[in-house]
Design a protein around this ligand. Structure first.
Ligand SMILES: NC(=O)c1ccc[n+]([C@@H]2O[C@H](COP(=O)([O-])OP(=O)(O)OC[C@H]3O[C@@H](n4cnc5c(N)ncnc54)[C@H](O)[C@@H]3O)[C@@H](O)[C@H]2O)c1
Length: 351
């Protein structure tokens, strides 16, 4: 059985071949129960249409849970512009594909609102905005909130503080050690925030060019394998997903895992393996919601307000504390507690 199979429980899935680019654009609207479905537009190479559709289905579902747990008045959706392995993406074709995607978004009449994701940027959102008004994450000069990464990083910091408080009884990071893997847009910012709080850092990135950043932070550079099994207080995955599976979970020495990466668990049952090992895992879709919380502010009646966004992002710590307490009371994993909270909020939306 395909371990990554996506259940079809969506409200709408629209697949269109773009009239300008000839490329397939897909939008999956998982839920609009709490509000318009919001999720990024991924421009990515796929071997076949099934893989592209599966991505849209899985990621849109995850967005429903992420926004519900964060208490946002939003549902979950996701867009995909499907490139073929052989597609040569010059500036003309890129623009044509983004315009085509804009038409697909517009055809949904506001049920889906797009944002940036892997392969797209604030500039891409400006192109999409020539075809539809259902766009967020545009550059600040266009009234948007720009790059979401600083807010995602702030949310991960809040998640780490809540986890440290739960495990050690205080939020001070002085003398605490953290292994950050992936020093990209989010990870490097997280590392900076933690260094400022006095944490000792162990870091890794697949890209050796990041060693200079590590040196500036006074962080110790180790291999990815060493970072995973480092005897630190917190393991903070900020690269790609699937890092914790049935094999790697046994290597984790840190009592806390909290990071930005999406889909950290290769499968949901890994959450129970972590619990049995006494590892506190901050569900990824709770810890990394800072970016979407910030973007949601663009849709607020008064328009984008950075200060309000910051307050809401910091509240990820409170959400996580509630999830941890609920998990302990019910003797379930933080993942199950987070999903239960999401279901509760979805039920409120339906009621
Ligand atoms: N950017 C956001 O606002 C945001 C929001 C929510 C979730 N996320 C998730 O957080 C993660 C990081 O996002 P980002 O925007 O910083 O991406 P990014 O591409 O800027 O950074 C990822 C970093 O990880 C490194 N990397 C990749 N594979 C690696 C590996 N196997 N071992 C070590 N390092 C590796 C890359 O070299 C890069 O420096 C992703 O999983 C993303 O889906 C990001």
């Amino acid at each position: 059985m395909d371990p990554y199979a996506a259940p079809l429980e969506h409200e709408q899935v629209l697949v269109r071949r773009g009239e300008r680019s000839g490329l397939f654009t897909i939008v999956a609207v998982h839920s609009t129960v709490r509000g318009p479905s919001l999720g990024g537009c991924r421009m990515w190479r796929y071997d076949d249409a099934r893989a592209a559709l599966r991505d849209a289905l899985r990621l849109s579902r995850a967005m429903t849970y992420k926004s519900a747990v964060a208490g946002l008045p939003l549902g979950g959706g996701k867009g995909v512009i499907m490139l073929r392995p052989e597609t040569v993406l010059g500036p003309k074709l890129r623009r044509a594909a983004l315009e085509d995607f804009g038409d697909t978004v517009d055809a949904l009449g506001g049920a889906y609102v797009t944002a940036e994701d892997v392969g797209t940027s604030a500039t891409a959102m400006d192109v999409i905005a020539t075809r539809t008004r259902h766009v967020t994450g545009r550059a600040p000069k266009h009234g948007g909130s720009g790059d979401p990464s600083p807010f995602t990083a702030l949310g991960v910091e809040a998640a780490i503080l809540a986890s440290v408080e739960r495990s050690f009884g205080g939020t001070s990071l002085k003398g605490r050690s953290v292994a950050v893997v992936g020093l990209g847009h989010v990870g490097l910012r997280v590392a900076r925030l933690l260094a400022r709080r006095g944490a000792k850092l162990v870091v890794n990135d697949i890209d050796p060019a990041r060693k200079a950043d590590a040196a500036k932070l006074g962080a110790r550079w180790v291999s990815a394998a060493k970072a995973l099994s480092a005897p630190v207080d917190v393991y903070c995955p900020c690269a790609l997903g699937g890092v914790l599976d049935h094999e790697t979970v046994g290597l984790v020495q840190a009592p806390i895992v909290a990071g930005a990466a999406n889909n950290q668990l290769a499968s949901d049952d890994v959450a129970e393996l972590l619990r049995r090992r006494g590892v506190l895992w901050a569900p990824d879709f709770v810890a990394n919601a800072g970016g979407i919380i910030n973007i949601a502010q663009e849709l607020a009646p008064g328009g984008y307000d950075k200060r309000a966004a910051t307050v809401q992002v910091r509240a990820i710590a409170d959400t996580l504390a509630t999830i941890y307490a609920g998990a302990q009371d019910a003797r379930i994993t933080p993942l199950e507690a987070a999903l239960a909270l999401a279901e509760e909020r979805l039920a409120e939306g339906r009621g």
